[in-house]
Design a binder for this molecule. Structure first.
Ligand code: F0G
Length: 446
């Protein structure tokens, strides 16, 4: 699908920013020239996906689209049962309704915000067991999404088993910068958790990009296909939650995969309540067809290589200019290190949000804050949580932009970098929601 985009003037953007209360989520998309807010649901579907949509079976129960999707999930991931949901957080909502209770602990590698939100909403706690290397923006480690086995073992050892419903591993780890988890780590996490009788789930939004990095960076996988690697990855999981809006390259959709039939049956009750009957969940038949085709295309090496190299192309350009960013480059996005980019801004003035606002102002390029706004307040003390890293994520939609667009983005950011010493004041909050505030927060300049 090809869409027109429109350039704007600096004066227009200044006005629109003010009207949007300095929250880029509040901007109309037509006010954005290059939209790197997210790679979620923003990909361009292929000819084969569009044509698969024509064959969607919209029957309420037992649709052929459901059965095709069941076969595809079994073939790719090895799970016998699945529930369709309208997107990833809906999969979390259904699964966690069965598994997460007040007072529970859910260890994992830097949980995504909706995952953490669904855990905390149930008065449970997400425990971050990511390796320490992940928090050093310039340190090279091929698998910065890895779980620190000692940290995980501490949690599993020092708490009653009933308090730990499962371990969740996010592939690739979005929150720590689109960083992959190695096959070895997946194997070890699974074996450690099994030893304690605890289940492992994969938050799978970018599972194919994770498999690409295993192929490229981990010994013994160079000659395997992405699909073979995926199959092995999921042999170390009891189930998965999936936002299909990323690596399945559809605009909307998700699912939960299960190896445990009893858990599938329990979750079905919540799926019917929140999403829809078990054979469509939150999805139309035509959407399930597009998803199945997208899963196949999204796990082809040539596609993944083109995509991930385009992300790296932006990273290399910015790096050459001396712009501080997170390395190695993520699979789906480049993450600017806002603390080093804008050293004068106080952490109380939302450093990464300030940088995201400046980049929009400069070139109509929309990125997203991964910093204090996203980290939210501590649910108990209600104090701001200041994360170690203040990042601006520039997420690249799949099959949408050319490298000329990427050059434009780089030039805009380079301009901001050149005038960075004049940016000395950040933002303050006018209004915020009690949970997941970053989506709707209203701000003003300090
Ligand atoms: N897990 C991960 C790792 C994600 O990145 C997302 C969404 C979800 C779960 C939730 O899925 O949006 O389909 O409900 N990430 C998007 C992003 C929103 O911009 O990174 P969803």
């Amino acid at each position: 699908m090809v869409e027109a985009i429109r350039k704007s003037t600096r004066e227009e953007r200044e006005k629109w920013l003010k009207e949007a209360f300095y929250n880029l989520f509040n901007l109309r998309s037509e006010y954005v020239y290059i939209d790197l807010l997210t790679d979620s649901g923003t990909g361009a579907m292929s000819d084969k996906q569009w044509s698969a949509m024509m064959l969607g079976d919209e029957s309420y129960a037992g649709a052929s689209s459901y059965l095709i999707m069941k076969d595809a999930i079994k073939k790719l991931f090895g799970f016998n049962d699945f529930l369709p949901t309208h997107q990833g957080r809906a999969a979390e909502n259904v699964l966690f309704s069965v598994l997460v209770k007040e007072g529970d602990l859910v260890p994992g590698n830097s949980h995504f915000d909706t995952t953490k939100g669904h855990i905390e909403f149930r008065k449970a706690k997400a425990v971050d067991c990511t390796i320490d290397e992940a928090f050093h923006p310039t340190l090279y480690h091929p698998f910065k999404g890895n779980i620190d086995l000692n940290k995980l073992e501490d949690v599993l050892k020092n708490n009653p088993k009933e308090k730990i419903p499962f371990v969740i591993v996010t592939l690739t780890c979005n929150t720590s910068g689109g960083q992959p988890v190695s096959m070895q780590n997946l194997r070890e996490v699974y074996s450690l958790a099994k030893g304690f009788g605890i289940k492992v789930f994969f938050d799978s939004a970018r599972f194919a990009e994770n498999a690409y990095f295993i192929k490229i960076r981990e010994d013994g996988y160079q000659d395997k296909t992405i699909k073979e690697i995926v199959k092995e990855m999921y042999s170390y999981a009891d189930g998965m939650t999936m936002s299909s809006k990323k690596d399945a390259i559809v605009n909307m959709g998700g699912f939960i995969g299960f190896s445990d039939r009893k858990l599938y049956e329990e979750a079905s009750v919540y799926n019917i309540m929140f999403e829809g009957f078990v054979t469509y969940g939150g999805m139309s038949g035509r959407d399930m067809n597009a998803l199945v085709q997208g899963l196949d295309e999204g796990t082809e090496f040539e596609y993944l290589e083109t995509r991930i190299k385009q992300v790296a192309y932006l990273g290399e350009r910015l790096k050459k200019f001396g712009i501080p960013l997170l390395e190695p480059f993520g699979g789906h996005a480049i993450f600017l290190d806002a603390k080093r980019f804008l050293p004068e801004i106080l952490k109380e003035e939302y450093i990464a949000q300030t940088l995201a606002v400046e980049i929009y102002l400069e070139g109509g390029v929309r990125g997203v804050e991964i910093g204090t706004l996203l980290a939210d307040r501590d649910p108990v003390t209600r104090k701001n949580r200041y994360p170690e890293l203040e990042l601006v994520r520039l997420a690249i939609p799949r099959r949408v932009y050319t490298n000329s667009h990427i050059d434009y983005v780089a030039a805009a950011i380079e301009n901001v970098f050149e005038r960075r010493s004049q940016i000395t004041k950040g933002l303050r909050i006018l209004r915020e929601a009690p949970i997941m505030r970053h989506f709707t927060v209203e701000l003003d300049r300090v």
